[in-house]
Design a binder for this molecule. Structure first.
Ligand code: 1CP
Length: 370
């Protein structure tokens, strides 16, 4: 608690606040740039530091997690306008008492997913002490913020409640969503109880990440697009709104006086863009399926839009990247207001780091044009 607030006063002055200004809706000299999943996977220096160690062990080691977080900022010096703490959305289920393993080359796996009402009741009854269970995450954030020395702001993040319900019930990534869909269609009331519990933990987790040193927050509702529009309105949107409404209140209680920008990414939930623009977030992140002009029209100047370069275009030629960057930035109105450059989803392990550099350079060049 209070020792962390004291520590936050020792942080260096932020030298590059472009992303915070753009997220708050101010006019900027060029659009800020960062990439979803910029830390890890495709970076050789990540695999070197990770050195075959278990994924969550790596996250829990503040020295290693902070090093991995800073690697892309160092490699792409001057091209990235934010860092994102190296961690995972599945640390909330872990804090809620569930076991989660990261299987090398496969992804997350829960040995005991929630399949019966009894399983679910156990999780509902588990008392979560966020500060204690996620203590390692706060330490990693504080150390990273210190090491960043004000170069760029640091993102804290969490998973959206529906996306976390999917992992907790499916036991990992999914194609059919058999178990998650069974829960919401057979037991909507129990599903809501779980979503509420996840939401409560997410609010505290996000607020405490800020106390520890995070300067901007993103909520990843990565499986949003698996819900119908009506089901999104029932099982995702209310919880995303609650997070946006309650994090600032919790921050005020914790003595944080700055206005911390919040971004929501609901992958695949195209039908919900209008509602998401009014959900209380400063910015809405878009997947690459969106036509920037259409999204800009629907937004109508309410929030900042973030996105939405097709990560797959990194596999193509430089000429093709240039053409697509140009279309994207122009489509979002030129990028001087209400826009943050990002991928429409994360990097892949096979991506060429020099192509990503070229992408970032082009975003700077084209985004700076009058
Ligand atoms: O670079 C960064 O963005 C910082 C760290 C970060 C973030 C923000 C990681 C590290 N994961 C995440 C978020 C995350 N994790 C999301 C939301 C964003 C998205 O949609 O991509 C999701 C869905 C997860 C779950 C997860 N963790 C997956 C996806 C599995 C599936 O179901 O498709 C995977 C493969 C992981 C492992 C993971 N997390 C992060 C990394 C670098 C890795 C790969 C681990 C490795 O191979 O070493």
């Amino acid at each position: 608690g209070s020792s962390q607030s004291v520590a936050s006063q020792d942080f260096a002055q932020l030298k590059n606040d472009l992303l915070l200004r753009a997220a708050r809706g101010e006019r900027v000299e060029r659009p800020p740039c960062w990439i979803m999943r910029q830390a890890g996977r495709y970076l050789p220096e990540y695999h070197e530091v990770k050195n075959g160690r278990d994924f969550f062990e790596t996250c829990r080691d503040a020295e290693i997690a902070s090093e991995i977080t800073i690697q892309p900022v160092r490699r792409y010096a001057g091209l990235l306008d934010a860092a994102i703490i190296f961690s995972d959305i599945l640390v909330i289920p872990q804090a809620m008492g569930m076991k989660v393993e990261m299987v090398e080359g496969h992804g997350p796996s829960f040995p005991e997913p929630l399949r019966t009402v009894d399983d679910l009741v156990k999780v509902l009854d588990y008392e979560v002490d966020v500060l204690k269970e996620l203590d390692w995450a706060f330490k990693a954030i504080t150390l990273t913020r210190k090491k960043l020395d004000g170069q760029v702001p640091l993102f804290g993040f969490c998973g959206g409640p529906w996306t976390l319900l999917v992992y907790m019930t499916e036991g990992g990534g999914s194609r059919l969503f058999r178990f998650a869909k069974t829960w919401i269609n057979e037991h909507p009331d129990w599903s809501h109880k779980l979503l509420q519990k996840i939401t409560d933990v997410a609010i505290e987790f996000l607020a405490q990440q800020v106390v520890a040193g995070a300067q901007i927050l993103q909520v990843f509702e990565s499986w949003g697009g698996e819900l119908s529009s009506d089901d999104f309105d029932e099982f995702s949107l209310p919880y995303l709104k609650e997070i946006a409404a309650k994090v600032p209140k919790r921050l005020a209680e914790l003595g944080v006086t700055e206005n911390i920008p919040m971004i929501v990414f609901a992958k695949g939930s195209w039908y919900a863009l209008d509602k998401l623009c009014g959900a209380g977030y400063n910015a809405v992140s878009l997947d690459w399926l969106w036509n920037p002009k259409e999204a800009t029209k629907i937004n109508d100047g309410r929030v900042t839009l973030q996105g939405n370069f097709d990560p797959g275009a990194i596999y193509g030629t430089n000429e093709n990247i240039t053409k697509k960057v140009e279309k994207m930035i122009k489509g979002f109105g030129g990028g001087k207001q209400h826009y943050i450059v990002n991928f429409g989803h994360g990097t892949h392990p096979f991506m060429d780091t020099e192509k990503i550099r070229f992408f970032l350079e082009e975003c700077h060049r084209i985004g700076s044009q009058k």
